[in-house]
Ligand binder design. Structure first.
Ligand SMILES: CC(C)(COP(=O)(O)OP(=O)(O)OC[C@H]1O[C@@H](n2cnc3c(N)ncnc32)[C@H](O)[C@@H]1OP(=O)(O)O)[C@@H](O)C(=O)NCCC(=O)NCCS
Length: 242
């Protein structure tokens, strides 16, 4: 499903249920040896997705272990991102010659728990969410904003190895074309000598889920760091399906 909002030069594998059996590498088994059943399932299914995605890239699958700050550790030459929520697991990967970083996030299309919005948003974002909610009440825009910021964090972290606060990102969601921009209110990393000041992402709502994705292509030497164009032939500007 997430393919819809990705450029064609990355690969995606996503599923809606946990298969009865998955084969993990021994290192992956030991990484979750003390985990509860829920964690075991989400970890195992996303590893199966990641292994399939590595095969799609033409690579031999290997263990995908969490790093010290939880970031998935990919084989050399690969960048990617993982997400899981109730009813969804996904992995999106690209090769580092084409892709600088990836961040994906899945959330239920449900409102945030009371009080969370204030903690994760800026006043101007809340104003914009109110306008969006009035026009498109079936989308839980507060959750979409949260998801967009989670995707930013997952794309940001591999480049910086640093935390970023919710208030350090200003997200603007475009309801007409399924895109969003995330302006960095802190100094961004340099990518091939060019300062990254914002991420551009895409979003969709379908099957009770909100999906967001950021794919930053490797910039051409003289070109600014720009968002990836949507996949050719992707469903056009109707991201909200009911
Ligand atoms: C890490 C975090 C982003 C995960 O998001 P989530 O919505 O809770 O959970 P998801 O299922 O979508 O994503 C989990 C996956 O994120 C990935 N992830 C975890 N830490 C990561 C990091 N530092 N960098 C990149 N990816 C990371 C992992 O692959 C993880 O799955 P795994 O443990 O099975 O490997 C979130 O828990 C978190 O810590 N957020 C706080 C950071 C933040 O959001 N700051 C403000 C942003 S503006």
């Amino acid at each position: 499903m997430i393919k819809t909002i990705l450029p064609e030069f990355v690969v995606a594998v996503d599923v809606f249920t946990d298969p009865p059996e998955t084969t993990l590498f021994p290192e992956e088994e030991s990484a979750i040896s003390h985990a509860d059943e829920k964690r075991r399932q989400e970890f195992s299914t996303t590893r199966a997705c990641a292994h399939d995605a590595l095969r799609k890239l033409g690579m031999r699958p290997g263990p995908v272990l969490p790093g010290l700050r939880g970031e998935p550790q990919w084989p050399p030459g690969v960048v990617g991102s993982i997400t899981h929520c109730a009813g969804y697991r996904g992995a999106v990967l690209g090769v580092s010659s084409k892709v600088t970083t990836i961040g994906i996030d899945a959330e239920p299309n449900d409102p945030l728990v009371h009080g969370v919005l204030d903690a994760i948003s800026l006043p101007e974002e809340r104003e914009s969410l109110s306008r969006l909610a009035a026009r498109h009440p079936r989308v839980h825009w507060d959750r979409l904003l949260f998801s967009a910021k989670e995707s930013v964090y997952k794309a940001w972290f591999p480049l910086t190895k640093r935390w970023i606060d919710f208030e350090d990102i200003l997200v603007n969601i475009d309801p007409s074309n399924g895109q969003f921009s995330a302006w960095l209110r802190v100094t961004g990393p340099r990518v091939r000598g060019q300062r990254l000041t914002a991420f551009s992402g895409r979003w969709m709502v379908d099957a009770g889920l909100i999906l967001t994705a950021i794919v930053v292509p490797v910039p051409r030497r003289s070109a600014p760091v720009r968002p990836a164009a949507p996949r050719q032939g992707a469903r056009p500007a109707t991201p909200v399906r009911r």
